[in-house]
Design a protein around this ligand. Structure first.
Ligand SMILES: Cc1cc2nc3c(=O)[nH]c(=O)nc-3n(C[C@H](O)[C@H](O)[C@H](O)COP(=O)(O)O)c2cc1C
Ligand code: SF4
Ligand code: SF4
Length: 253
């Protein structure tokens, strides 16, 4: 089995690792950063999973672009886990539709509530989600081990409209890479932000980061800067930094 994952603050990587541990089969984890520039991604595996965060009530655009480049064997069991902060929106539908367009079928798909890395999750809710995580993962693992199918209930019109609004507003007003900047006195020029960026979008020049134009909005740079020197403006400026307790910086670089 192959699991393709994208993770900035570790929630999705923790889910991918836990799943791999629970399954009684060979599982290879493949990161977004290692495949993002490949012209074509071919897989011979009979089961393939996608584990990624929800961005703006949908699949991260660049992760979806990778999935569009994939070629699967006929009858491959395809599954997905979208980690999110309680609002998966149209994510699983989008993924299912994209795979159908390729003649493939998403057999099982789950959304998994985790602590949010964009909007703040109240501490009690974060703790509850982290406590429930192992049990929920075991449940999902059992279904995947048995190659079970899940159904895709239709998205109510109100939810679809809400997702569309989040997509329209979020990239401009909530996470807008053009507003990223460092506090000059706090930044020590260590370059960790550039190393952790899964899209190689940060260039260190004169010991300071400069953001290029290929940002995927993941917020890894913001959360992992050891000096909390990166600020992103707007709604999220003052939010505390977060990463999944079982994931460290070196797991993502
Ligand atoms: C740019 C951005 C947009 C997000 N949009 C949503 C969203 O629409 N709905 C939601 O429930 N969570 C949203 N989140 C929260 C993440 O999906 C969630 O925290 C995820 O588990 C992070 O995964 P990671 O730790 O593997 O990076 C967003 C996060 C980011 C960075
Ligand atoms: S990780 Fe933080 S301190 Fe290090 S170079 Fe980037 S902004 Fe500066
Ligand atoms: S610049 Fe920051 S937010 Fe943008 S892709 Fe890189 S790490 Fe993620």
């Amino acid at each position: 089995m192959k699991i393709y994952y994208l993770s900035a603050t570790g929630n999705s990587l923790a889910a991918a690792r836990s799943l791999a541990r629970e399954l009684d089969e060979d599982v290879t984890l493949v990161s977004f950063r290692s495949i993002r520039l490949l012209p074509e991604i071919e897989t011979e595996d009979t089961a393939v999973g996608f584990i990624f965060p929800v961005y703006f009530a949908d699949v991260p655009r660049e992760f979806l672009a990778c999935i569009r480049k994939m070629k699967f064997r006929q009858k491959t069991y395809l599954f997905a886990i979208a980690t999110c902060n309680g609002v998966p929106g149209t994510t699983l539908r989008t993924l299912s539709g994209a795979l159908e367009q390729k003649g493939a079928h998403l057999s099982a798909a789950f959304s998994l509530d985790m602590p949010g890395n964009a909007l703040i999750t109240p501490q009690a809710t974060s703790d509850k989600r982290l406590n429930e995580f192992p049990g929920r993962l075991s449940q999902i693992a059992r279904m995947i081990a048995h190659r079970e199918q899940t159904s895709f209930p239709g998205i109510p019109v109100r939810e679809a409209l809400r997702s569309a609004a989040v997509r329209a507003i979020g990239p401009r007003f909530v996470v807008n890479p053009r507003k990223f900047h460092t506090v000059e006195t706090a930044c020590v020029g260590c370059g960790l932000c550039a190393r952790v960026c899964p899209a190689s979008n940060i260039i260190i020049s004169n010991n300071r980061p400069r953001w290029d134009s290929n940002c995927i909005h993941c917020l890894a740079c913001f959360h992992w800067c050891p000096k909390q020197a990166i600020h992103i403006g707007g709604l999220l400026s003052d939010r505390p930094r977060y990463h999944h307790p079982e994931v460290s910086l070196s797991d993502l670089c």
